[in-house]
Design a protein around this ligand. Sequence first.
Ligand SMILES: [Zn+2]
Length: 315
Amino acid sequence: MRRRVDPIRCAAFLAAAVFGFAFDAAGRSRPTAATSRTATTTTATLPSQPATYPSKRLIRAADDTAKAMLARLDSNFHAVVRPPFVVISNMPARRVREMARGSVIAPARAMWKRYFRRKPTHVITVLLFRDAKTYRHWAKKLYNNKKPPHFGYYRPNDRTMVMNIATGTGTLVHELTHALIVYDFPAVPLWFNEGLASLHEQCRVLPDRIIGLVNWRLPALKKAIRDRRLRPLRELITRDDFYGPQRGLNYAQARYFVMYMQERRLLQKFYRYYRDHHDGKDASVKAVEKIFGANLEKVESDYLKWVMALNWRSR
Ligand SMILES: [Zn+2]
């Protein structure tokens, strides 16, 4: 997998906490939604969410998960249990609490308020290793992963994020987005799933929303537009080849299209409409055209102009 190693920053303003953000390794961990690309599930068929959340069952399961995981680790680890999340780390206990609050719970709350009306019914485990050495050691010992990706990765089967948190928290919020969206939009198409997750790689977290900011993916996108190499938006949102040879550019194109919706104040509206109208041929095109009130080519032309006016400076 191709990967970039650029420092990026994300400010989490909740509780005045400011955290350094890293970024995603493109295409590194395929979210569960990817495997349900062709599913026809709609929200109308999903069971309703219990009135009280988290349920007693989920609270018990989170406690059990924390105990079981701590028993497999050494005495340097602490757990913060906030169902559905179990955050475990070998950083100092105070830092674990801060990071759980600022980089897991606060972004999750913002996403639930803004987009996802359905919350996880399973425990989501977040392992935050303080440095590369302990990250590699435990990835091997716990999961027999001898060559884990530099930043971290997500294990959809047991809903566990395994992170080298010394690299920052951008990857964490990216993967968190994948872990949460599948409960609300199980058949979310890849372009949107990765576009929204990538948008959150560099962001500002407010109590009721996450605001994506310009990041390192911009220069490659602008260059592709200048060189007339960027694929039509219609292709990106209708073809099933997001992880194909152009995946690096696909991430950038999707991220900035989702950001364009954010800037036009249409992202929340689009998400809700798309979630409820994603079945059928050209559903993606129809959803974009409906929310923008214009045909796709007009939307694309305005989007490209907007992208070309953006600037990003490496810090
Ligand atoms: Zn992703």
